[in-house]
Design a protein around this ligand. Structure first.
Ligand SMILES: *Cc1c(COP(=O)(O)O)cnc(C)c1O
Length: 385
C-alpha cells in the first residue's frame, strides 16, 4: 500500500511534450507561451484580460497595488484561507482584518460583512479599501451579496479564486469578474490545474490589467514613442515593479493542463459523490454544495465531532492517508498574533477549525483507495463511541 495524498497533480505525455517544445525553442521566458496561456485563461473564464505571473501570491500583490492599496488602508478577508491572501495586504504597507465565515459554506459570510461594515460606519472607523472573498474548496462565495455591499460602501472586490478554476457561479465561470474587480487563480501543483508554480489575475478593466502587466516586469515599458528618438535600445522604467514573470516553461504546462479542465472537474465530482454517499447517516458532515453554482472541488473538507477529530486525523495519517487541514484561521498564526489579533476572533471559523479534516480529493483517486479512506475514517470515528 502506498500513501494516499490529499491532492495530486496529473501530468500526461501531452504536458511533457508541451514543455519539451518550449525547452527546445528560443524562449524559456518572455516568449509566446505566456500570452498563449493567458488566452486560454480568457477563453476559460470569459474575462477580457488575463495577466499571468509566477504565483497567486504575486497576483494578489499586484491586484492590491493596481487597486491603489497602500499605507493606512485595510483589506477585509476570510480567516479560512491560506496566509497569502492577507499577507499581500501587508506587502503594500496596508493591513488585514478578518470577517467570520458562513457555517455551511465556510466562505466569507455576507451577513457578518454587512454587520461589520455598518458598525464601522456608525463608529466612524476605517472602512475596507478592498474585500477579498476566498472561494474556499472551489465553491464561489455569495458574490451578489458582496457586490451589493461593495456598491453601498465603496470598496473594491478581489476574488481569491486560487481553489476555483473551472467553477461556475450563477451561469458564469468564476474569474469572469461579473461581480468583482479582479480574480486571482493559483497553479501550484496542489491546485486543480498546475503550471509548476504560477498565478493569473483576470479582470474586465483594461487599466487594471495594464498596471499589473507593468508591475510584473520591473515597471518597464519598451514599446513607446521615445524609442524612435532615443534609439532602439531604449526603455523606460516608469514604476517600481517586480520580477513576477511566469516562465514559458510553466505557461506551456499550464495551458496544456487547462485543456483537460472539464474532465478534472467531472472527476472531482465523481469522487465527491462517492464520499457523500458513503458518509450519509454517519457522524461525518459532508461539504455543502451551494445550488447557486458548481464547485471546482479543490478540497473535500469534512467535519467530525471536535472530541474525535484528533483521533480520526491521526488514524488516517497512521494508515498512510495524508489527510490535511484547511485552514488554521489566519489570525492564529504567530505573525498575526504579534500584530494584536486575538486567538478566537471569529466564532464560526473556530468551530469549523475544531472539527475539520480535508480528505484526499483529486480526480485520479481510484475507487479502491477511496474505499480505504472511507473505511479508516468511519472506523476511527466509531472506535471511541
Ligand atoms: C494556494 C493559495 C494561494 C497562494 O497560491 P500560490 O500560487 O502558491 O502563491 C493563495 N490563496 C489561496 C486561497 C490558496 O489556496
Amino acid at each position: 500500500m502506498s500513501a494516499i495524498p490529499y491532492g495530486r497533480q496529473d501530468i500526461t505525455d501531452a504536458d511533457v511534450a508541451a514543455v519539451e517544445e518550449v525547452l527546445r525553442s528560443d524562449f524559456l521566458t518572455q516568449g509566446p507561451a505566456v500570452p498563449r496561456f493567458e488566452e486560454t485563461i480568457r477563453a476559460q473564464t470569459g474575462a477580457a484580460r488575463a495577466v499571468a505571473v509566477n504565483s497567486a501570491t504575486s497576483a494578489l500583490h499586484l491586484a492590491y497595488l493596481a487597486l491603489g492599496l497602500g499605507p493606512g488602508d485595510v483589506v477585509w478577508t476570510s480567516p479560512i484561507t491560506f496566509v497569502a491572501t492577507s499577507n499581500a495586504a501587508y506587502y503594500c504597507g496596508a493591513e488585514a482584518a478578518f470577517i467570520d465565515v458562513d457555517p455551511r459554506s465556510y466562505n466569507l459570510d455576507p451577513t457578518a460583512l454587512e454587520a461589520r461594515l455598518r458598525a464601522a460606519r456608525e463608529a466612524r472607523e476605517r472602512l475596507p479599501k478592498i474585500v477579498t472573498p476566498v472561494h474556499f474548496a472551489g465553491q464561489s462565495c455569495d458574490m451578489v451579496a458582496i457586490r451589493r455591499l461593495a456598491d453601498e460602501f465603496g470598496f473594491k472586490v478581489v476574488e481569491d479564486a486560487s481553489h476555483a478554476i473551472g467553477a461556475t457561479y450563477r451561469g458564469a465561470a468564476v474569474g469572469a469578474c461579473v461581480h468583482s474587480d479582479i480574480a486571482v487563480f493559483s497553479f501550484h501543483p496542489v491546485k486543480i490545474v498546475t503550471s509548476g508554480e504560477g498565478g493569473v489575475a483576470t479582470t474586465n478593466d483594461g487599466r487594471l490589467a495594464d498596471t499589473m502587466e507593468l508591475l510584473r516586469s520591473h515597471g518597464i515599458v519598451r514599446n513607446h514613442n521615445d524609442q524612435a528618438s532615443e534609439g532602439a535600445w531604449h526603455y523606460d522604467q516608469r514604476a517600481l515593479g517586480f520580477n513576477y514573470r511566469l516562465t514559458d516553461i510553466c505557461a506551456a504546462l499550464g495551458a496544456s493542463q487547462l485543456q483537460r479542465i472539464d474532465g478534472y472537474i467531472a472527476g472531482r465530482h465523481a469522487v465527491r459523490a462517492r464520499y457523500d454517499a458513503a458518509f450519509d447517516g454517519s457522524l461525518v458532515t459532508i461539504p455543502w454544495q451551494d445550488p447557486a453554482g458548481r464547485s471546482a472541488l479543490h478540497l473535500y473538507p469534512v467535519r467530525v465531532p471536535a472530541d474525535r477529530r484528533r483521533r480520526v486525523f491521526d488514524t488516517l495519517r497512521a494508515n498512510e492517508i495524508l489527510a490535511n487541514l484547511h485552514y488554521i484561521p489566519v489570525y492564529r498564526q504567530p505573525w498575526y498574533r504579534e500584530r494584536g489579533f486575538e486567538q478566537d476572533l471569529c466564532p464560526q471559523a473556530e468551530r469549523y477549525y475544531a472539527e475539520a479534516i480535508s480528505l484526499p480529493m483529486f480526480p485520479t483517486l481510484n475507487e479502491q483507495d477511496q474505499r480505504r479512506v472511507i473505511e479508516v475514517t468511519l472506523a476511527a470515528l466509531d472506535a471511541g463511541a
